[in-house]
Design a binder for this molecule. Structure first.
Ligand SMILES: Cc1ncc(COP(=O)(O)O)c(C=O)c1O
Length: 427
């Protein structure tokens, strides 16, 4: 393969994914555009027409100061049907997590792990006690609310956080379950429900508890716009809480914390909500297809996700660091290996949901790494076909037998449980 990706970027980044721009700078060759499965975004939004309009107005947008955050937040509230008194907008939800920590987490905080690094590193960095509740791989990383409540009580944590859906596994807790948790924790200083990925949920039609946050004494719901609007680089997000909490955080935020590109995008949204909802439906469809295709790879464990990413576990004896480097170097495919995430190991990969053609490139790379055969075809098609000369007859037979027993196993599996495969580690 003629492209080359600078692999030292990962090593110099503490095993976290390097910035895409840094990777592009360090990439050469004829396939200069790596396919990014690291950073989960929305590939279908903004639409090309929206990008054209943003581009046409770029100079004007960048030359001027933006409006203040209240003006931008008011427009966003009009689009999403929120009361501006209950909203604070930040430079990405990361800025809001930072201020929630500074202002509202005084001594201790509980959070299920694995989770987004911000929810452990930020409070640890400011000297808080972080009570980490271990989600169990054997239960598909599903959060058992009753067990979590017991944990919060046992540890006497003053703040409880959950991410719904959770990053990196995509596990989703139904709205009524989240409300049950809020009801049980009214005496805490604060309960945060990080809904940064909730727009991707299709398990129920109204999954968010933002309406509850607005009227409760101790609840914040957090939303990232970068992920669902598909513009991580713009840096915008918001929180919903009662007017006292939202006002306190608004007052702490720096003036002009939102830039003029964020303003331009927010003021375009109203006219494009239909396309936005369509983009979410397309992504949910891609997630189903990608999950099914990954599940057909023998030995790979795939965890059911409601986010715009899918967590997989490699077969025993395979390591994500080596695979990550191989995929980047040989296939121009970037993946997030989860060795740096508390609660997972480097046998786990978090794969952003991407359109069909990109997934074929990923599957080809995975197939050739895991099984040593060229995999430049749809994984579903990896089931034997007489015309397919690139899989030997023996391999086809093995694959057919594996596939039959997987299907038998799957018929007995509950739909919300991870799909395990023969040869995979079901621990
Ligand atoms: C659960 C969760 N919350 C918040 C964030 C921060 O997102 P943002 O880009 O809006 O700062 C992340 C980032 O991946 C995340 O996974």
């Amino acid at each position: 393969m003629s492209e080359s990706v600078d692999l030292t970027l990962w090593r110099n980044n503490g095993a976290r994914s390097p910035a895409y721009a840094a990777l592009k700078r360090g990439t050469s060759g004829d396939r200069a555009r790596p396919v990014d499965f690291c950073v989960p975004s929305n590939p279908y939004f903004p639409t090309p027409e929206m990008f054209d309009r943003l581009q046409r107005n770029l100079a004007e947008t960048l030359k001027h100061y933006p409006g203040d955050a209240d003006t931008i937040a008011e427009e966003m509230c009009a689009v999403f049907g929120l009361n501006p008194a209950t909203v604070a907008m930040g430079n990405g939800s990361t800025e809001l997590i930072t201020w929630i920590d500074h202002l509202m987490i005084r001594e201790s905080m509980a959070v299920p792990v694995p989770t987004s690094g911000r929810w452990t590193d930020q409070p640890l960095g400011t000297g808080k006690r972080v009570d980490m509740y271990p989600l169990q791989e054997s239960q598909g990383f599903r959060l058992d609310i009753d067990a979590y409540l017991r944990f919060v009580r046992d540890r006497r944590s003053r703040v409880a956080v959950i991410c719904n859906p959770n990053n990196p596994d995509g596990g989703y807790l139904a709205r009524h379950e989240v409300i049950r948790m809020l009801d049980a924790l009214t005496d805490l200083d604060l309960v945060v429900v990080d809904e940064s990925f909730i727009d991707f949920v299709d398990a129920e039609s109204e999954p968010s508890v933002a309406d509850q946050a607005a009227i409760r004494p101790n609840v914040i719901v957090l939303k990232s716009l970068g992920k669902n609007i598909g513009l991580h680089g713009v840096r915008f997000g918001y929180l919903v809480a009662n007017p006292a909490i939202a006002g306190r955080i608004r007052r702490a935020l720096p003036k002009w914390n939102l830039n003029s590109m964020a303003e331009a995008v927010v003021f375009m949204l109203k006219e494009h909500m239909e396309e936005y909802h369509h983009s979410l439906r397309m992504l949910a469809h891609d997630r189903t297809t990608m999950t099914r295709q990954l599940s057909s790879l023998p030995g790979l464990t795939v965890f059911p996700s409601q986010g715009n990413f899918v967590l997989v576990k490699l077969p025993a004896g395979k390591d994500g660091v080596e695979l990550r480097d191989y995929l980047a170097a040989e296939h121009g495919v970037l993946v997030r290996e989860c060795g740096s995430k508390l609660g997972t190991t480097s046998r786990f990969l978090r794969l952003a949901v991407r359109p069909h053609a990109d997934v074929q490139r990923l599957l080809a790379g995975l197939y050739s790494y895991l099984y040593g055969a060229p995999g430049d075809r749809d994984a579903d098609v990896l089931a034997p076909r007489a015309a397919d000369a690139s899989i030997t007859a023996g391999a086809r037979g093995r694959h057919r037998r594996r596939r039959a027993s997987e299907l038998r196993a799957r018929r007995h599996a509950r739909p919300d449980q991870p799909v395990h495969h023969l040869g995979g580690d079901t621990a």
